[in-house]
Write a protein that binds this ligand. Structure first.
Ligand SMILES: [Fe+2]
Ligand SMILES: [Fe+2]
Length: 273
C-alpha cells in the first residue's frame, strides 16, 4: 500500500497547497491512503467543519488534530458527526470525538489512524502510551488492520522517538507533528515501522512556525502583551512523508520525505512517478 502523511496545515496557504496539489498527487502516485494533520487549518488555530470537508474533498482519508483540536468553538459539536476526524486519544474520558478511526481504502484495505499528544512541554494529558496501546490492541496490525498510522503530536523529539520504539513492529508508520519543522530522520525501525520525528507543516515557511514573523519575534524581545498571532500568507509548501507498506504484514518497505513548494529543498519519492 502507498500511504501519504501530511503535516500540520497552517491557515490559507496550507489549505491552498493541499487543495491544489493533493488531488493530482493522489492520482499520480496511486495513493491508497492519505492522512493530514489539520490542527492549524483554520487561520492557524483549530479546524472548522467546512475546512475539514475541504481537506477530505482534496483527498484526505483521515484528518488528525493536536493541542489546537478545540480552538474553534464549533469543533466539539461537529467532531462527533465526522468519523474521519481524529483528536488525540489521551484527552480525558468524556471529551468529544474519537482518538482513532478505521478508514477503508478503495482496494478494500483497512487503515487504523491513531492520534496522540505528548506530555513533555505540552498540556497535562492522560498517559499517551496507555491510550495508544488501547487503540492498537483493539485493532491490531495484520489482524483487524492492514496498515496502522500513528500521529504523535508532541514537542519533545525524545518522546516521539520513544513512541517509535514502543510501537515498532506494531504500526506501519509513527510520525511526529506539532513542531511545524520537518526533520530528516525518516527511516524504518528494526521491527519494520516507518518513523519520522516531525513531518513539518503545510504552510508559508517564510514565517515563525507558519505565523507572521513580527509578533512572535516581538514576544521574544519584549515580555509585554501584544497582537494576535496571524498565519503568514505567502505561498505554501506541502510537507510530509510517503510510505510503502508490505501487503502481507502491513509493515514499511520504503519511506521518503515529501516537500513540494518554495523555501525548502524539494523532495518526493521519485520511484513513485
Ligand atoms: Fe501544529
Ligand atoms: Fe500543535
Amino acid at each position: 500500500m502507498r500511504l501519504l502523511f501530511i503535516g500540520d496545515v497552517i491557515g490559507r496557504p496550507g489549505r491552498t497547497v493541499v487543495c491544489e496539489r493533493l488531488p493530482k498527487l493522489r492520482e499520480r502516485w496511486r495513493l491508497d491512503c492519505v492522512v493530514i494533520n489539520g490542527e492549524n487549518s483554520a487561520g492557524g488555530f483549530g479546524i472548522s467543519e467546512t475546512i475539514c470537508d475541504e481537506l477530505i474533498q482534496a483527498g484526505a482519508d483521515a484528518v488528525t488534530l493536536g493541542n489546537h483540536s478545540f480552538d474553534q468553538r464549533e469543533a466539539p459539536v461537529f467532531i462527533a458527526r465526522q468519523p474521519r476526524l481524529v483528536r488525540p486519544a489521551n484527552y480525558p474520558p468524556g471529551t468529544p470525538g474519537r482518538g482513532a478511526t478505521v478508514v477503508e481504502t478503495q482496494g478494500g484495505a483497512r487503515v487504523l489512524v491513531v492520534n496522540v499528544m505528548g506530555r513533555v512541554f505540552l498540556d497535562a494529558m492522560d498517559d499517551p502510551f496507555t491510550a495508544v496501546e488501547r487503540e492498537i490492541s483493539a485493532c491490531p496490525l495484520g489482524a483487524a488492520a492492514d496498515a496502522v498510522v500513528v500521529d504523535v503530536h508532541a514537542e519533545a523529539t525524545s518522546e516521539k522517538q520513544a513512541f517509535g520504539y514502543f510501537l515498532d513492529g506494531r504500526a506501519s508508520l509513527v510520525v511526529g507533528t506539532h513542531t511545524h519543522t520537518p526533520t530528516s530522520d525518516h527511516r524504518i525501525l528494526p521491527g519494520g515501522t516507518a518513523y519520522l520525528s516531525d513531518a513539518g507543516m503545510c504552510g508559508d515557511y517564510d514565517s515563525i512556525l507558519g505565523m507572521q514573523k513580527d509578533e512572535p519575534l516581538r514576544r521574544f524581545l519584549q515580555k509585554t502583551p501584544g497582537a494576535r498571532l496571524e498565519s503568514a500568507q505567502g505561498e505554501g509548501t506541502l510537507s510530509g512523508l510517503a510510505v510503502e507498506t508490505d501487503d502481507r504484514t502491513g509493515l514499511a518497505k520504503g519511506v521518503w520525505p515529501v516537500r513540494l513548494g518554495p523555501h525548502l529543498e524539494e523532495t518526493w519519492p521519485r520511484s513513485w512517478d
